[in-house]
Design a protein around this ligand. Structure first.
Ligand SMILES: [Ca+2]
Ligand SMILES: [Ca+2]
Length: 352
């Protein structure tokens, strides 16, 4: 009599476990679907959107839309609440304040900025032509140009004379026609517009991060710190990011090892395992630009409904505290979606 009774007990236990597992599965599936719909992925609309023509499905027909196959270089960040922005803005006119509590669902973030090698794969398959190539020029920092290229340029940005529009500058030729990326395939792709970046992310089944997601990722789990690793730019004298040392714009000492971009895998990762969130290349986000924010709590905010410029975050190898103290997590800046330059790249995110 004892044997059947314990067998029945085991059966009951198995049934309970199965019920629990299925229950958890349903909850997860529900959360995942909501997240996917919120960001327009996995829907009929997405299938026929402009981005679809660049999707892997369109090219390979091996999986559903929005399905990412390359999650190995992504980090699944936990859902959480963090303080976005700051009540002590260093550049108030950028709209760094006020500090506000923001709640985010869990999401995936690329560990690294998108590299030249990765962008090359995208262009090879899709034949994507970047906006810099269509316009025929892109902005390059004067200090990187050869005398030959510089001599042919007569217009500059009055407020920032170190930026020059260079004919033939694009992602394959970051300093103009006489430059190339053959020894920089593992560096961040540059001279990509917001539209180019969005097309790339859609092709790999991802999307650009919202500004809130980007800033949450930048902070690496720390609260109210300037940088992804803390408040000191160089703890124990070590360099934690690729920025400018010396006197801007005339003397870049390259004390951190790089006067231009560095490989996307260089410098220590932050608490979430993400590299170069500040410094190296600026990174596009999906939000429209606005400098006025409320202090209200927010849940998965995705920025203003419309605008003329898109938000970029993190600063670049050109940033120095004296003129562009924007290699802080709360710092922000903007460009029109068709702009490109020699210090602006991106990384992708994905919904769970
Ligand atoms: Ca540097
Ligand atoms: Ca960066």
């Amino acid at each position: 009599m004892a044997a059947p009774s314990s067998e029945a007990l085991r059966l009951l236990q198995v049934c309970l476990w199965l019920t629990l597992i299925v229950g958890i599965g349903l909850v997860r599936a529900d959360c995942g679907c909501n997240a996917a719909n919120r960001h327009g992925q996995g829907t009929e609309k997405h299938r026929h959107g402009a981005a679809f023509k660049y999707s892997q499905e369109a090219n390979e027909k091996v999986s559903g839309p929005g399905e990412t196959k390359d999650r190995d270089k992504m980090i699944l960040l936990p859902a959480g609440i963090f303080t976005m922005g700051t009540d002590k803005p260093d550049i108030p006119q950028d709209g760094e304040s006020p500090a506000r509590r923001v709640q985010l669902d869990s999401f995936y973030m690329d560990m690294y900025e998108v590299s030249n090698l990765e962008f090359d794969k995208f262009v090879t398959v899709t034949k994507h032509v970047t906006e810099a190539e269509k316009f025929g020029d892109s902005f390059v920092f004067e200090g990187l140009l050869s005398e030959e290229v510089k001599s042919g340029i007569d217009k500059a940005v009055a407020a920032a004379p170190w930026w020059l529009p260079v004919k033939g500058a694009d992602w394959r030729h970051p300093e103009g026609p006489d430059s190339n990326i053959s020894d920089r395939l593992d560096h961040p792709v540059l001279h990509v517009s917001w539209n180019d970046a969005s097309a790339y992310c859609a092709w790999v089944g991802k999307r650009l991060p919202t500004e809130a997601e980007w800033e949450y990722a930048c902070r690496g789990g720390l609260e109210n710190r300037l940088f992804p690793w803390g408040n000191k730019l160089q703890p124990k004298g070590e360099h934690f990011a690729n920025v400018w040392q010396g006197v801007f714009p005339t003397n870049n000492s390259g004390e951190d090892g790089y006067v231009q971009t560095s490989p996307v895998t260089m410098f220590p990762a932050n608490g979430y395992g993400l590299y170069n969130m500040v410094g190296n290349a600026w990174e596009w986000t999906s939000d429209w630009w606005d400098t006025s924010h409320t202090a209200d709590d927010a849940y998965n905010p995705n920025g203003p409904p419309s605008g003329t410029d898109r938000v970029k975050k993190g600063g670049s190898y050109m940033c120095h505290k004296s003129y562009c103290y924007r290699y802080r997590c709360a710092a922000r800046s903007q460009n029109t979606p068709d702009s490109s330059s020699s210090n602006l790249g991106f990384r992708c995110a994905a919904s769970v």
